[in-house]
Design a binder for this molecule. Structure first.
Ligand SMILES: [Zn+2]
Ligand SMILES: [Zn+2]
Length: 313
């Protein structure tokens, strides 16, 4: 007898099977599904998640396992200045010499154009904005510092997937012409990549979000140093990955279609620790690019490992 006097009836095998199938979100856009596969949140079967993830990522020219492993580390080290994997801000002493010349409207337009068009491939190929490793890091390199010995074979499989799709695109270009491939594949991919970079940048970059060094960082502090945004009508288009990222960091194996309900539930529990900013995304992009240039230790206690975004040179 269960709580409240109800008998708990075990589900029949048929019902279990249909529940599993219901969990497979087959009508969603590729990057939402691809991300889900990397978290083992797509189905109950690891092999199915990895197969679908490999196919979808390869079609977007992203090495699946390579990204899956670095993304897992992003989740386990969020907002750590030493160990987070992506959108890791630099301390003032480490920023490049030309950064101060880009901190004006023209420089900002240029930086945003490059970030939105090339940011994703630059991160994958050259670890731009990624974790500071002591040698060259690349998502396509099985022997790079991002990966452990156990992961190297999977990085080769991911590269093979990307190569196969590249060969397919080359064959299409030979058959249909380069212009056809650029219009049908290249331009849509650029648009997807631009939104992907913008959404993830804005989830992790905000003037009120702290970063931590290893003396102050812990997993929960890092997970709560993310911010939900409001993209208006586009929230629906992006299946609410825009306004449920805090919940995603707290429960990363939860399928995205439950994240709205989870967000509603965690808000009252987190109270002021739940971060939300309803600034329209295009204004937020401009403001964060202007204000979040580098990080400096908290003014009140320089010895503590809490860092905030600054932009003064
Ligand atoms: Zn994240
Ligand atoms: Zn994730």
């Amino acid at each position: 007898m269960g709580a409240g006097g109800r008998m708990s009836v075990p589900p029949s095998p048929k019902q279990l099977e249909s529940d599993v199938l219901k969990r497979v979100p087959y009508s969603k856009p590729p990057f939402t599904l691809a991300h889900e596969c990397g978290h083992h949140a797509f189905s109950d079967y690891q092999w199915l998640d990895d197969t679908v993830g490999l196919i979808l990522h390869s079609c977007l020219l992203v090495p699946y396992f390579s990204w899956k492993h670095s993304h897992r580390r992003h989740h386990s080290n969020t907002a750590s200045l030493e160990r987070d994997e992506v959108f890791v801000p630099k301390k003032k002493s480490n920023i490049r010499w030309f950064s101060k010349y880009l901190n004006n409207p023209l420089g900002r337009v240029l930086t945003l154009i490059i970030t939105l068009t090339l940011g994703w491939p630059l991160y994958l190929a050259f670890n731009v904005s990624g974790r500071p490793y002591n040698r060259f890091a690349c998502h396509y390199d099985p022997y790079g510092p991002i990966y452990t010995d156990r992961e190297r074979t999977e990085i080769c499989i991911s590269d093979a997937g990307v190569l196969a799709v590249t060969y397919g695109l080359y064959s299409l270009a030979v058959a249909k012409g380069l212009a056809w491939v650029v219009c049908v594949y290249g331009v849509p991919l650029l648009v997807v990549n631009a939104f992907l970079v913008m959404i993830t940048y804005l989830q992790h970059t905000h003037p009120s979000l702290p970063h931590y060094d290893s003396s102050e960082w812990d997993w929960l502090r890092g997970a709560l140093a993310t911010v939900d945004r409001d993209y208006g009508i586009l929230n629906k288009v992006f299946h609410n990955i825009t306004d449920t990222h805090v919940a995603h960091h707290l429960f990363s194996t939860m399928p995205h279609y439950n994240a709205m309900e989870a967000t509603k539930a965690i808000k009252p529990i987190l109270g002021e620790y739940y971060q939300f900013d309803g600034t329209p995304f295009y204004k937020a992009m401009w403001r964060e690019a202007k204000e979040c240039v580098y990080v400096e230790p908290d003014d009140r206690d320089q010895s503590k490992g809490v860092y905030w975004y600054r932009n003064k040179f």
